[in-house]
Write a protein that binds this ligand. Structure first.
Ligand code: PEP
Ligand code: MG
Length: 571
């Protein structure tokens, strides 16, 4: 099957097919010695859930509808059905799944069988199956098993696992991060959807926009994921497996060779020094950024601290998180972006009713509408600046009054810290993301008042081309090489150069080595990307002649057709 490859690499492993509920439960393989106790855990949970239902049915209030008692009994029978209990235990014995995983996998299969039935009454029983599974999972969560030392992962002892899902929200990706799966394939999503971005940050191959991979793949199928070409092979032949194992080895050798560049300077053939910086979503990623040789954190997407949790982080928690990154980076600048919530990144308890969330109250619009929340974050960021260089980055600016309102909010946060006697750096550069076309077109006044700019190509392209970055149906129209995109990039970079203000690109384009020469040719000298991509880009920088590229790119900017990247290869 084909989709959009969004994170390079090859993975060969067993499919874990996930529904929404499955994402919530732990997936790991148990040790062979624990099979019997895990089966017992499962049986006990099913018996407990049955007993609960029995108790409920026998203690219904007088006025409860008669059908309710009957329904509870149906659920009780389902929990005792061998198709559920025996088959789930078989998964524990044969594949060493933990009880929760075995239960969700078997429940999903049964649910789908019911869904496919002709008879409407029987079809609806699929919903009952899902409800009883939820109930048994709930019981299991009260008797959590000890996580084994070695959770299954690419490098671990068991077979690698490949997550197959309809879609994975950015919050679910955060939950999966700890489980260390070896690849992802999803029905939905685009190359710069936040799911793809998080997969890249985890350094595992990923393919999105597959259409119906979740319907076709079965739990436990053997899967090959080729994250470069966007190919997913299901139950491949031995010959295919051997071929891909070979490709996996070649890729690993290539990565090892790249490692040799780690301590080499990032400088073009004609001596132009290029800053390579890291994008992070969570503080835990900072050590990897430093180890990869990042000269700064060019983008800390702070919203990931706020997602996948019931309560928002307070000032102290945020301060600790930001300060920890500042400390890890040991004197290198840390660019903290204020909350960019909205569009595909939502808070757990928020249901958006916006007809088009990407054009709605997102990022700075969201923050300015919630002054208390914004002030809390600004104070936390300012306090972190006491430990090392911090830059403040504002997302989704379109209007000058938003910049002014942000300056006012920063000034007020400083006054509050002064009143409390808390320390912060006297000078904190304030910059904005250039990701709304209006700002890129009318960039001149913005570059005067701001200290730096960072171009968010992911959103800029989305808004210039009217392509939803997460919509798989239009993923093929998402074209970073469109002349309109390139002219906006050129215009912004030139404006920064004239005003003597630094301009970076922190969208996914900056981390894709196919575009490195083009961006150098546009005059870019600051690239921010996931640390996994840093050495690929460094290799391109070290092979390029910046001035020759500038002359070439200037010549193609006014063409009607997208730039032919091959023509830049010689420079
Ligand atoms: C961008 O839009 O390019 C960007 C870097 O921000 P995000 O991907 O978080 O929207
Ligand atoms: Mg953006």
């Amino acid at each position: 099957m084909r989709g959009k490859g969004v994170a390079r690499g090859y993975a060969i492993g067993r499919a874990v097919v996930m529904g929404a509920a499955a994402l919530e439960v732990a997936h790991y393989r148990i040790a062979p010695d624990d099979v019997e106790s895990e089966c017992r855990r499962l049986r006990d949970a099913l018996t407990r859930a049955q007993a609960d239902l029995h108790h409920l049915a026998n203690n219904l209030p007088e006025d409860a509808p008669r059908e309710l008692g009957a329904m509870l009994n149906v659920h009780r029978l389902l929990l005792g059905d061998p198709l559920l209990a025996d088959e789930a235990q078989a998964l524990i014995r044969d594949r060493h799944y933990n009880a929760e995983w075995a239960l969700t996998a078997q429940g999903q299969l049964l649910g789908e069988q019911f869904d496919a039935m002709e008879d409407e009454y029987l079809r609806e029983r699929g919903g009952d199956v899902r409800q009883v599974i939820e109930r048994a999972l709930h019981v299991l969560s009260g008797t959590p098993a000890l996580l084994p030392e070695e959770t299954v992962c690419s490098g671990g002892g068991g077979e690698p696992l490949v997550v197959i899902a309809h879609d994975i929200s950015p919050a679910d990706m955060l939950r999966l991060r700890g489980a260390r799966f070896s690849a992802f394939a999803t029905d939905l999503g685009g190359p710069t959807s936040h799911t793809a971005i998080v997969a890249r940050s985890m350094g595992v191959p990923a393919v999105v926009a597959m259409g119906n991979v979740r319907d076709i793949v079965r739990d436990g199928d053997m899967i090959i994921v080729d994250g470069a070409s966007g190919t997913v092979l299901i139950n491949p032949s031995e010959t295919m497996l051997a071929q891909y194992r070979g490709l996996q080895r070649v890729y690993a050798d290539e990565r090892a060779e790249l490692e040799l560049l780690r301590d080499e300077p990032s400088i073009t053939l004609d001596g132009i020094s290029v800053k390579l910086e890291a994008n992070i979503e969570l503080p835990e990623e900072a050590p990897a950024a430093l180890a990869a040789g990042a000269q700064a954190i060019g983008l800390f997407r702070s919203e990931f601290l706020f997602m996948g949790r019931a309560e928002l982080p307070g000032e102290e928690e945020q301060y600790q998180a930001y300060a920890s990154v500042v400390r890890v980076m040991a004197g290198r600048p840390v660019t903290i972006r204020t909350l960019d919530i909205g569009a595909d990144k939502t808070l757990d308890d928020e249901v958006t009713v916006a007809t088009n969330p990407a054009l709605g109250q997102r990022a700075i619009r969201y923050c300015l509408a919630r002054p208390e929340m914004f002030a809390t974050q600004l104070r936390a960021i300012l306090r972190a600046s006491a430990h090392g260089p911090v830059r403040l980055l504002i997302p989704m600016i379109a209007h000058m009054h938003e910049v002014e309102a942000t300056f006012a909010a920063v000034a007020s946060a400083r006054r509050e810290l002064d009143a409390r006697g808390q320390a912060y750096a006297l000078h904190i550069p304030v910059g904005a993301m250039v990701e709304i076309p209006a700002m890129a077109i009318a960039i001149e006044p913005f570059v005067q008042v701001l200290d730096f700019l960072s171009i968010g190509t992911n959103d800029l392209i989305q808004y210039v081309l009217a392509i939803d970055r997460g919509d798989h149906d239009v993923a093929s129209l998402y074209d970073p090489l469109h002349p309109a995109v390139l002219r906006l990039l050129a215009h912004t970079i030139n404006a920064g150069e004239r005003a003597g203000k630094p301009v970076a690109v922190c969208g996914e384009m900056a981390g894709d080595p196919r575009y490195t020469r083009l961006l150098l040719g546009l005059g870019l000298s600051e690239f921010s990307m996931h640390s996994q991509q840093l050495l690929d880009v460094k290799r391109e920088v070290r092979r390029a002649h910046s001035n020759a590229l500038r002359a070439k790119v200037a010549n193609v900017l006014n063409r009607a057709l997208p730039v032919d990247l091959a023509r830049l290869e010689q420079a």
